[in-house]
Design a protein around this ligand. Structure first.
Ligand code: OAD
Length: 243
């Protein structure tokens, strides 16, 4: 971490940049009332990921997994993007090349209006057929069990990247392209422990990007980045936009 740069220095760098990439995690949606995964109030405090968010769990008990996702869908259906999501939408209109890589499955960036985005862990409002692999939008809350594919009748699963699963090649391609071409990488509200996103900061840095972290607490990214600011996304992110 460094105190050499102020948030206003970062704002100026962002507004002068040709290409900005943003990596977000659960912390940006925490200010919309969405629970994070880790930490004292995190989802993984009360639920075991391997019992709910893995292909093995779905094979074993698809109904249980769908109950958990229905619960999360019900919760998320009441949440709205916050000023941090909205600021990123405004920055996208100002910066020639702007790309958001999000680990969040809540869809709040796209609801806010972000256009250029890779949702690398999937989207809770999409379902995928376990037989024909067709992906479709589905915002039904709750989804009656068993949800079936309208094309082939196969069992539908959440279109989420579960533990032990690989990211979609297209998302990886888009993400690495964005990391390799950006002048500045902004990392907002991620604990930096889940791969491959945890390894994105050094990729951008190796290509000469200026790397900035905004987080409530220090993370494993903090010693690697050029500057790390501690605070809430809803308070810090708006400071990056000139009045
Ligand atoms: P985590 O829950 O691991 O981390 C959330 C981070 O946000 C922490 O570093 C907090 O300090 C920070 N934070 C909390 N509130 C904040 C606020 N208001 N403003 C700024 N920062 C805040 O969430 P992720 O890093 O996103 O995977 O977790 C990565 C992946 O692990 C998730 O995508 C999920 C999970 O298992 C899947 O669902 C596939």
């Amino acid at each position: 971490m460094s105190s050499q740069f102020t948030i206003l220095d970062v704002r100026d760098r962002i507004q002068q940049a040709q290409s900005v990439t943003v990596l977000t995690g659960a912390g940006i949606s925490a200010d919309s009332g969405v629970p994070t995964f880790r930490g004292p109030e995190g989802l993984w405090k009360n639920f075991r990921p391997e019992e709910l968010a893995s292909p093995e769990a779905f094979d074993r008990d698809p109904q249980l997994v769908w109950e958990w996702y229905n619960w999360r869908r019900e919760l998320l259906a009441t949440k709205r993007p916050n000023i941090a999501h909205e600021t990123l939408v405004k920055l996208e209109t100002l910066i020639p090349d702007f790309w958001v890589i999000t680990q969040n499955v809540d869809g709040l960036h796209t609801t806010a209006g972000t256009q250029n985005i890779s949702e690398i862990h999937g989207n809770i409002w999409k379902v995928r057929c376990t037989q024909c692999q067709e992906v479709s939008q589905n915002t039904q809350v709750p989804l009656a069990f068993p949800p079936n594919c309208t094309d082939c009748g196969g069992l539908l699963r959440p279109h989420i990247v579960w533990f032990g699963e690989a990211l979609a090649p297209k998302d990886l391609e888009q993400s690495y392209a964005a990391l390799n071409r950006c002048d500045l990488l902004l990392i907002i509200g991620t604990s930096g422990v889940v791969y491959p996103a945890a390894s994105f900061a050094p990729v951008a840095k190796d290509h000469g990007a200026f790397v900035v972290e905004l987080n409530l607490d220090p993370t494993p990214h903090s010693p690697v980045v050029d500057v790390s600011f501690q605070g809430r996304a809803k308070e810090l992110v708006p400071l990056l936009l000139k009045e």
